[in-house]
Write a protein that binds this ligand. Structure first.
Ligand code: NAD
Length: 448
């Protein structure tokens, strides 16, 4: 089928490329002309495993195209997917302006029946607003075309987005039109050959499902972090507790890791958007309020541990600290709401010198942090440890698992190691001579 993907970011580019891989003719559109120019020259603006290959293959096959031209894009397509940002507004609610702008621009070019598919994460009621916006725009043009609006929230995870997209756990289709549902089933049929993973429901339920899923996952993380805080005081080891509870099939092992909080472009804004929706409906959300506030405190935890360690040693001022990992999670270069940013800002304010390393996120991190005097981007994790009084692991990239710690110690000035993701065995690290700090594992706990 002929598809238009409006918004060529993490979701739009990955979904567009995967749709092309499945044989559809896809045009990816973006208002960022620079991005389109880069893509047209074969430069992929984001890091996502497997993406470059799939984009190249489908461009070469003539199934994947890039444009900034709405008119051509809309007029060639049967279905127009909207995958533009839905950031947090100042009051915490979801800012729908990009989605509605995309709807308006689609309507300005419509010349017949179209299915408008909302892939962006949007609050309940957004499909109605999209419908209203399109009707207004068509009326302004003094034309009338039939169209359907469908909610099709996206569940891919950055870092494994291509794999998630090619083999989705489920495809949610919120629709009130048989014609649109049938078309969406056909579009997704190749992705669900093995067994039918398409779930059709009403539009509000589809819109709500996306928020409910993200908030459920964020809740597990914050609850584990709350357990970790208790473990640090009562002598238990959160890693052991995780294994103990994860083995219960009702609980499962996924999303049970204590750490320095969740970040990224979705969980923080989505939880606040759902809180905002609830406020408007006069519904209180004590659980979600707690999930968000636990996470905000958690992002400050590593800085607090570093501060406490250096307090008897003259404080953090003037100390050199190596930071391993900057992106909000491994296998992505996305820096949006990354916990590393909170840590970096706090340590810079206290006068530390920071040596940063991330396998792929330097360019995006530089865009956020700018050039600062006490901030240095390093070649690798060894370089980041050079002359450091301490090293802090912030993002659990695989390459940090197999590090030559003798070499790290040879390069370091001090011996403090702050593991924000519980990647190493505490006893082993202590035997190696580190002052090792983890999350939810007290120093005197005997197990690894
Ligand atoms: P992104 O910022 O990476 O990409 C959005 C793109 O849309 C940008 O390239 C931007 O230039 C473009 N854009 C903005 N307005 C436009 C317009 N009017 N017309 C054409 N292009 C326009 O965003 P993203 O991470 O891909 O997220 C998109 C949506 O998907 C959001 O609602 C997000 O919550 C949701 N989502 C994201 C993820 C994720 O992991 N990133 C996962 C699931 C759902």
């Amino acid at each position: 089928m002929r598809l238009l993907m409006v918004g060529t970011g993490y979701v739009g580019l990955v979904t567009g490329a995967c749709m092309a891989e499945m044989g559809h003719y896809v045009v990816c559109l973006d208002i960022d002309k620079n991005k389109i120019a880069r893509l047209s020259e074969g430069n992929i603006p984001i890091y996502e495993p497997g993406l470059e290959e799939i984009v190249r293959r489908n461009v070469a096959a003539g199934r994947l195209h890039f444009t900034a031209d709405y008119e051509a894009g809309v007029q060639e397509a049967e279905s127009c997917f909207i995958a533009v940002p839905t950031p947090e507004a100042e009051d915490g609610s979801c800012d729908l302006s990009y989605v509605l702008q995309a709807a308006r621009m689609i309507a300005q070019s419509m010349n017949g029946y179209r299915i408008i598919v909302n892939k962006s994460t949007v609050p309940v009621g957004a499909a109605q607003l999209v419908r209203k916006t399109i009707l207004e725009e068509l009326a302004a043009r003094k034309v009338s075309f039939p169209f359907d609006v469908v909610s099709n929230p996206e569940f891919l995870k950055e870092g494994s987005a291509v794999a998630d997209c090619m083999k989705p756990d489920r495809v949610i289709i919120g629709s009130d039109s048989l014609r649109a549902t049938t078309a969406l089933r056909e579009i997704y049929s190749a992705f669900t050959l093995n067994h039918d993973r398409i779930v059709v429901m009403d539009i509000p339920s589809a819109e709500m499902t996306k928020y409910a899923a993200n908030v459920m996952l964020a809740t597990r993380i914050s609850l584990m972090n709350e357990f970790a805080a208790i473990c640090e005081k009562n002598g238990a080891n959160i890693n052991q507790v995780r294994i103990g509870i994860g083995s219960d099939s009702r609980i499962g092992y996924q999303f049970l890791y204590a750490g320095i909080g969740y970040g990224g472009s979705c969980f923080p804004k989505d939880i606040r958007a759902l809180q905002s929706m609830a406020r408007e409906l006069d519904v209180t959300t004590p659980i979600m309020d707690a999930v968000d506030s636990v996470n905000e405190s958690q992002k400050k935890l590593l800085a607090a541990k570093i501060r406490a360690h250096f307090a008897p040693l003259g404080g953090v001022k003037g100390k050199t600290i190596g930071i391993w990992g900057l992106s909000f999670k491994p296998n992505t270069d996305d820096m949006r709401e990354a916990p590393s940013l909170q840590l970096i800002r706090e340590l810079l304010e206290e006068g530390a010198h920071l040596r940063l390393f991330d396998p792929v996120a330097h360019e995006k991190a530089r865009m956020v942090l700018g050039d600062q005097e006490r901030l240095q981007f390093c070649r690798d994790e060894y370089d980041a440890a050079e002359s450091a009084d301490a090293v802090a692991l912030v993002t659990e990239w695989k390459q940090f698992r197999f590090v030559d710690f003798q070499e790290i110690q040879r390069r370091m000035e001090g011996r403090a190691f702050f593991d924000g993701r519980n990647q190493y065995k505490p006893q082993e690290m202590r035997v190696k001579g580190f002052n090792y700090y983890a999350i939810g594992i007290p120093a005197d706990n005997p197990s690894d």
